[in-house]
Design a protein around this ligand. Structure first.
Ligand code: ATP
Length: 333
């Protein structure tokens, strides 16, 4: 559906310098995919979204939507619509007026508009709110209006720039499910920008992890979580123990990573087959799980995340640390 080919984007800064926001980025996004651009602040994800939406043009490279090269096409000529972080609703218009606005611009007929507005409000579960003004709605409801407005013209692609960041945690989880449902029911390609890795894992069919103008890894959530291809991805997605080591018989140093929930600890000294021993140095109760930080003999620290069970440990306890063969991943850089 979307083909981004070696796209770069540079901005001139006020002090006559240049920011390279995107550096020869290539990615293909399929029809009907829930695709997420994930990365820390400043990595270029909003820039990439804006280029796909037509709000800005690439310095180099090409973007195709469907089979169409969209270079030079303004946003309203692309089969794409956008939900902005701020919602950007018209405060003086009713909910129905907000949803109808884009359709009027596209010169749909009045009966068609009326039908589509009702249909879209039903889709986002806001039947009965058509006559209200945005100021009379909760944050979550305003978010739904913004979604309805963007979905009304039946775009093939919906771009979502941090759409949930203004909502509190509980509402955010609820809207995550809503967005998943809307994507499934409409079959539209969703491209979401977020810096929240949990949100990305929960919602996406595939994730592109970005850093410093590059895409480092693209994959489905489980694959990215289980097989991160570099230190940054391992550390950015979920929690990671990064364990430095030397290859036996060689002088090269490597880093391996093991997820905290893969690590087990037992009371007492290293017995026979356990890998290492250490001392519990911190305990954090997380509700369902408890996170134990264990300091190893050379000072390195590992985190083990355990279900609350029979065995509990206190800071100062001596423990044997282990993990199953094969769950560790060696990181190249
Ligand atoms: P955030 O999560 O903070 O929005 P982001 O990953 O979306 O970050 P971008 O907004 O794409 O990052 O910005 C990438 C880089 O490009 C940043 O260094 C930013 O300062 C710079 N940048 C973005 N837009 C412009 C612009 N119009 N002029 C100059 N620099 C820009």
């Amino acid at each position: 559906m979307i083909d981004v080919q070696r796209v770069s984007k540079s901005f001139a800064t006020k002090d006559a310098g240049t920011v390279h926001a995107l550096k020869a980025v290539s990615v293909e996004i399929g029809a009907n995919e829930f695709f997420t651009l994930l990365g820390p602040s400043g990595c270029g994800k909003t820039t990439l979204l804006r280029l796909i939406g037509g709000f800005d043009s690439p310095s180099e490279g090409a973007i195709r939507i469907g089979s169409l090269d969209v270079a030079g096409l303004p946003p309203q000529k692309r089969p794409v619509n956008t939900v902005f972080q701020s919602y950007a609703l018209f405060p003086h218009m009713t909910v129905a007026g907000n949803v109808a606005f884009g359709l009027q611009m596209l010169r749909w007929s009045e009966p068609e508009i009326e039908l589509r507005v009702a249909e879209t409000l039903q889709l986002v579960r806001l039947e009965g709110f058509a006559a209200r003004k945005p100021g009379q709605l909760s944050g979550g409801q305003q978010q739904r209006v913004a979604l309805a407005r963007a979905l009304a013209p039946k775009p093939r692609v919906l771009l979502l720039d941090e759409p949930l960041s203004a909502l509190d945690l509980k509402l955010r989880k609820e809207m995550q499910n809503e967005l998943k449902r809307l994507q499934r029911e409409t079959g539209i390609t969703f491209i979401l920008v977020t810096h929240d890795q949990e949100e990305a894992l929960a919602m996406s069919d595939r994730i592109a992890v970005m850093r410093d103008g590059h895409i480092l890894q693209v994959g489905d959530p489980r694959d990215i979580y289980d097989n991160p291809n570099c230190r940054f991805v391992a550390d950015f997605i979920g929690e990671a123990n990064l364990i430095p080591g030397d290859v036996l018989g060689r002088s090269s140093s490597i880093t391996v990573t093991v997820r905290p929930e893969r690590i087990s600890i037992r009371p007492g000294r290293k017995a026979g087959d356990a890998r290492v021993e250490g001392v519990v140095s911190n305990v954090t109760f997380l509700g369902l799980d408890t996170l134990y930080e264990v300091t190893l003999p050379k000072g390195a620290r590992l985190r083990a995340r355990l279900r609350d069970g029979v065995e509990r440990f206190q800071p100062g306890d001596r423990v044997a640390v282990d993990w199953p063969d094969g769950v560790e991943r060696q990181l190249v850089n």
